[in-house]
Write a protein that binds this ligand. Structure first.
Ligand code: FES
Length: 140
């Protein structure tokens, strides 16, 4: 075996033998991110929520969140307001009690399910709670 062939063989062997370790390391990172995402995250204050009956935080650690209700509501509603059709941000229409996409008029019910297309997939939802004066959400 020539020196060059030997070195190529060793190089490929090293790569192949290290792959399972790299795959395992990737899986560990995914698990770590998942467990962190299960935690409660603050998305705003009750004062902000009570001002208009909704609170939009597009940069929370769990993703974009739209909370609907007030600090005295029995059940706060929280969804990811990113329309599942093509990604526009839906708006909350309090009189109709729907989320409406301004781009192509998809409508979503309070629970995030599609009421009228073109969207076919529901909005993601969050579990909500108020702690002190903080509005918090957690992925469902
Ligand atoms: S992006 Fe929302 S309906 Fe098209």
């Amino acid at each position: 075996m020539k020196r060059r062939d030997f070195m190529t063989c060793i190089g490929v062997g090293s790569l192949v033998s290290s792959l399972p370790v790299k795959v395992a390391a990737s899986e560990q990172n995914t698990t770590a991110i998942s467990s962190v995402s299960g935690d409660w995250q603050t998305v705003g204050t009750t004062a902000e929520l009570d001002k208009t009956g909704q609170l939009l935080n597009e940069k929370s650690p769990v993703g974009s969140v739209l909370v609907v209700g007030t600090s005295t509501s029995k059940n706060l509603i929280a969804v990811n307001p990113t329309c599942t059709h093509m990604g526009c941000t839906v708006e909350w229409l309090s009189n109709e009690k729907i989320f409406l996409c301004p781009c192509h008029a998809s409508e979503y019910k309070l629970d995030g399910k599609v009421q009228n297309g073109p969207a076919t997939k529901p909005l993601s939802t969050y579990t909500t709670k108020i702690e002190g004066n903080l509005v918090m959400v957690r992925r469902t």
